[in-house]
Design a protein around this ligand. Structure first.
Ligand SMILES: *[C@@H]1O[C@H](CO)[C@@H](O)[C@H](O)[C@H]1NC(C)=O
Ligand SMILES: *[C@@H]1O[C@H](CO)[C@@H](O)[C@H](O)[C@H]1NC(C)=O
Ligand SMILES: *[C@@H]1O[C@H](CO)[C@@H](O)[C@H](O)[C@H]1NC(C)=O
Length: 252
């Protein structure tokens, strides 16, 4: 069933919700979007959205748990006692200041204001490039963790779980974007993630920093994917409850 971008009446609630940005995108994406009815995906668009959102939620929780479990199991008492309190507080700032995540050509929007600067027809490239990047990077993390002698099993199983969930999310998102945009092939930018080499370092501050870097970069990108899923959902179901709530702005 093709989605059409009927002009919504600019009711107060809608304007409130769309924060003017979707109306902008709508001009870009006017006209019906194609969809391939023979693509054979068993799930409805609604189901795809639902599953994708559930997975981003899972991945965010697993990511937090990974950082916690790593810190508890791999960081020595000495580092913990000497540095940890200051270190943890500063870590976020440090990672943010020092970190290049993937070398995407378009910087990851971090909030709705930044997200709305991206034209609607650039969404697939933005999202698929992140999904491809994390599908690969999570495998590298897992391989690296497994190669480290004495790595705690819980850390490895969390990394494995994150890898699996990311691959699943990638599949749902590909299906969704194909349904909404028609075809999205060729829309992926292949990027590299530098870092994770120090995870093997014998200096535990370096290895902790790399783990935090992975966790930070994943968090930023998954947050972005989640934001765009919500925006896409609003475009597809213009009057859905999701869009009429303040969810989107609260999430950004
Ligand atoms: C729909 O999908 C089928 C199978 O993947 C493909 O052969 C066909 O070209 C697609 N049609 C359109 C209009 O994209
Ligand atoms: C990122 O770096 C890799 C390797 O240097 C390169 O092949 C790729 O084109 C770069 N991507 C972007 C978007 O700059
Ligand atoms: C994502 O990773 C999985 C394995 O983790 C792999 O089977 C799949 O082909 C990857 N997807 C893409 C599009 O590269």
């Amino acid at each position: 069933m093709p989605f059409s971008f009927s002009q919504p009446s600019p009711s107060g609630a809608l304007l409130l919700l769309l924060v003017s940005s979707l109306l902008l995108w709508e001009n870009v994406a006017s006209g019906p979007l194609s969809s391939n009815e023979t693509d054979g995906y068993p799930l409805s668009t609604n189901g795809l959205f639902h599953n994708a959102m559930r997975l981003t939620w899972n991945i965010k929780n697993l990511n937090m748990e990974l950082r916690r479990t790593y810190t508890v199991n791999q960081v020595s008492e000495k580092l913990y006692e000497n540095y940890m309190l200051d270190f943890i507080e500063d870590m976020e700032y440090l990672v943010k200041a020092l970190t290049c995540c993937h070398n995407y050509s378009i910087k990851t929007p971090e909030n709705l204001e930044e997200a709305q600067q991206i034209p609607f027809n650039e969404f697939p490239k933005l999202i698929l490039s992140r999904m491809w990047a994390w599908n690969e990077t999570s495998k590298i993390l897992l391989t690296t963790l497994r190669s480290i002698p004495g790595m705690h099993d819980d850390v490895i199983s969390l990394a494995k779980n994150i890898e699996t969930k990311l691959a699943e999310l990638f599949v749902y998102i590909q299906s969704l974007l194909n349904k909404i945009y028609g075809t999205t092939t060729g829309n992926v930018e292949y990027t590299v993630f530098s870092g994770l080499e120090d995870l093997k370092s014998s200096d535990e501050e370096f290895s902790l920093f790399d783990l935090c870097k992975f966790s930070y970069c994943l968090r930023v990108d998954i947050h972005m994917v989640e934001l765009y899923l919500k925006l896409l959902e609003c475009v597809v179901y213009v009057s859905s409850d999701v869009c009429l709530s303040k969810n989107i702005r609260d999430a950004s």
